[in-house]
Design a protein around this ligand. Structure first.
Ligand SMILES: O=C(O)CCC(=O)C(=O)O
Ligand SMILES: [Fe+2]
Length: 355
């Protein structure tokens, strides 16, 4: 595939100017210290959730459960191994995502438009780029005015598909690639609902409505190659608004987590998921668990694909906490949307804190 054709798949603002030497896909890795990455807690899902196994080979299941709580208190993030999700499923999703992302930008935009003028059809899969912030309907918030200028801070170097899991089974696509992608996402969504439910149980007890599986969504991201990776972010520093987020990343790397006043690379490890605590879990746990700051770097030589699963409280359930005024997730989301519109950034839980 020629480069000029290839870059047709990038949103126009992400395409390299025609008069500069073209960047090549490369295997040269950026070298960053791997040292601290090895301190990120690793949790064995199988050991935590299989109480019947009691041999000298396995620790007591409670010990492993305590490791999860400890990781959520100290890091707000952990790696999850032995999660039971078939590696072939993860590989297939990645492969299909790559194919869809490499369609021309205009095709992606038209294909995944949220609704058509002739019907009230709402697609469970929508396409967005330039900002991970979406409106409640799943439509991408347009990049802020001024993002057209190069190196504007608010433009984030990513594009993605937002997938509402609850609506995914209501539709069948004619297009084979898309229909296969839909089926794979549906299967992956079920697997992740299972994991999130178990982890939530282990971290609790919490009110059952504090996490509602029906709210689950997937974000499939592509972070395009970027000529000046030091001047922009794939996703800038943020905390997730979710209860729990579960990320699968490919082998490129770029995710970083903030811990003890420094940024640490969350290097990719094969067949490993990353679990993040979101703002909602921080509030409902009275700040015992911390929603962790993280960000995504972009890369000059390689595109990166990641898949995030996010799950939220039932929309109108009031979250009671000793640290925050009572609020619902709907209140929180409205506040975030308002902050993004007016300030261009999310202030998050701070707005709800007891004064
Ligand atoms: O792509 C990633 O690794 C992380 C994405 C992320 O932080 C998010 O969607 O909130
Ligand atoms: Fe995030």
């Amino acid at each position: 595939m020629s480069q000029s054709y290839y870059f047709e798949s990038y949103p126009p603002l992400f395409r390299p100017p025609p008069n500069i030497p073209q960047i090549q896909e490369s295997n040269s890795d950026e070298t960053e210290s791997l040292l601290l990455d090895s301190h990120i807690p690793v949790i064995d899902y199988f050991k935590c959730t299989t109480p019947t196994i009691r041999t000298t080979k396995y620790q007591d299941v409670n010990e492993d459960r305590n490791l999860i709580s400890e990781a959520c208190r100290n890091w707000g993030l952990f790696r999850l191994v032995n999660h039971g999700i078939p590696i072939t499923l993860l590989n297939q999703i990645e492969e299909h995502a790559k194919k869809l992302f490499s369609l021309p930008y205009e095709t992606k935009k038209a294909f995944f438009a949220n609704s058509t003028s002739s019907s009230n059809f709402v697609s469970p899969i929508s396409y967005f780029w330039g900002s991970p912030a979406l409106s409640p309907s799943g439509a991408a918030l347009a990049p802020k005015k001024g993002a057209q200028e190069n190196n504007n801070q608010s433009l984030q170097w990513m594009e993605g598909f937002n997938v509402s899991l609850a609506q995914l089974s209501n539709i069948h696509y004619q297009d084979l690639l898309l229909e296969t992608f839909r089926c794979l996402l549906e299967e992956y969504g079920k697997e992740l609902s299972r994991l999130a439910t178990e982890i939530f149980k282990i971290l609790g007890p919490f009110e059952s409505n504090y996490m509602s599986i029906e709210t689950g969504l997937l974000r499939v991201y592509r972070y395009p190659r970027c000529l000046e990776p030091e001047r922009t972010w794939g996703i800038d520093t943020h905390t997730d608004s979710s209860v729990l987020s579960i990320i699968h990343q490919d082998d490129v790397g770029g995710l970083q987590v903030y811990k003890d006043h420094q940024w640490i690379d969350v290097n990719p490890l094969p067949n490993t998921l990353i679990v993040n605590i979101g703002d909602m879990l921080q509030a409902m746990s009275d700040d015992r668990y911390m929603s962790v700051k993280h960000r995504v770097k972009v890369n000059k030589h390689k595109e990166r694909i990641s898949i995030g699963y996010f799950v939220f409280p039932a929309e109108d359930t009031i979250i009671q906490s000793t640290k925050y005024n009572p609020f619902s997730y709907a209140d929180f989301r409205a506040q975030v949307q308002h902050d993004l519109k007016t300030l261009g950034l999310k202030t998050g839980l701070q707005k709800f804190k007891f004064s």
